[in-house]
Write a protein that binds this ligand. Structure first.
Ligand SMILES: [Zn+2]
Length: 58
């Protein structure tokens, strides 16, 4: 995985399982400190992650 901002490969990847067993990945670039989220290979906004967490509790 390369950073979409700076194209460096020095990227941290953390897998998260949301309450509904939705699998998302968090990426953090050590080089430029860009952060982003991905679900099933699709980039998503952090607000979408929070929305999924919130929906699972209702
Ligand atoms: Zn970067």
């Amino acid at each position: 995985m390369n950073c979409p901002e700076c194209s460096q490969s020095d990227v941290l990847e953390i897998e998260h399982i949301l309450p509904d067993e939705i699998e998302v990945r968090f990426f953090f670039c050590h080089n430029c400190e860009e952060k982003w989220w991905n679900r099933d290979g699709i980039d998503i906004d952090v607000t979408q992650v929070l929305e999924m967490v919130r929906q699972s509790k209702t």
